[in-house]
Design a binder for this molecule. Structure first.
Ligand SMILES: C[S@@+](CC[C@H](N)C(=O)[O-])C[C@H]1O[C@@H](n2cnc3c(N)ncnc32)[C@H](O)[C@@H]1O
Length: 238
């Protein structure tokens, strides 16, 4: 799997943050780049791969529109079986940029984000750190836990999470991801394993899979519900 080889930090004010990621993810910090895949840590972070770069800020476009309208995420709410005032525990097992998980946290859910790519994990953590100091953002941040791991290897008991959420690579083009971001992710992330089938064999209360509309299932296990949207569907297994 391609992943970052270094954290590049040119500004003194970001050194302590760079060192935190360096310790957590066991990646060296340098002041100039010597690799072709790295995190460039600054006010607006970049994940750089083969001279292409992508950033991730939860309070800026293209994601800001979703953040402003998080209460209108009706399909997602249905998919995760959202109930106002009754927070659920969600395992976002393909965290990516952390955007779907962040919306769930804004909706009051407790979210464990699991992402196997260190570069993507840092993009999530640094986006959380850069959120403006507002109580609703701080509350959402406090409901999120980011874990760097292969989620297919996590042992699950039915009671561990109310919902497991999967957004497998190459399947969706969500409204919060631009073409540039999708193209970058397709080159950077190399997802070969069939994560959905791996999770279908595990114990869960509710498994939600975000799919493109044209998706045709080859799985023997049939979903219990499909919530249909304009560009994506949510397949729900109970
Ligand atoms: C399409 S992106 C998810 C986007 C995310 N839903 C969002 O809103 O930002 C899929 C992500 O799943 C991650 N992934 C794929 N297989 C994984 C696994 N076995 N364990 C953890 N993460 C995985 C990939 O690295 C990629 O970042």
């Amino acid at each position: 799997m391609v992943d970052i080889k270094e954290i590049v930090c040119r500004e003194k004010s970001f050194i302590s943050e760079a060192e935190y990621y360096s310790n957590k993810y066991q990646i060296p910090v340098n002041s100039i780049s010597s690799e072709n895949c790295y995190i460039d840590l600054s006010l607006e972070n970049f994940l750089v791969f083969k001279q292409k770069r992508i950033s991730n800020l939860f309070h800026k476009d293209p994601f800001l529109r979703r953040v402003k309208n998080y209460q209108r995420e009706n399909m997602l709410k249905k998919a995760i079986s959202y109930q106002a005032g009754k927070p659920k525990s969600i395992l976002d097992a393909t965290a990516g940029f952390g955007r779907d998980g962040f919306i769930c946290a804004l909706l009051g859910q407790e979210v464990t984000m699991v992402e196997e790519n260190k570069g993507m994990c840092i993009l999530i953590e640094s986006a959380l750190k850069r959120l403006p100091n507002r109580s609703y953002f701080n509350d959402a941040k406090n409901r999120i836990n980011v874990i760097n791991a292969d989620s297919s290897k996590i042992k699950l008991n039915t009671e561990d999470y109310d919902t497991i959420y999967l957004d497998p690579m190459f399947s969706t083009h969500s409204k919060s991801m631009s073409n540039k971001e999708l193209t970058f992710l397709k080159t950077y992330i190399d997802q070969e394993q069939d994560l959905v089938n791996a999770f279908l064999k595990k114990r869960y209360k509710r498994l939600v899979v975000k799919r493109e509309k044209s998706f045709k299932s080859e799985s023997t296990k049939k979903e219990n519900i499909i919530y249909k949207g304009k560009s994506i569907n949510f397949h729900v297994f109970i």
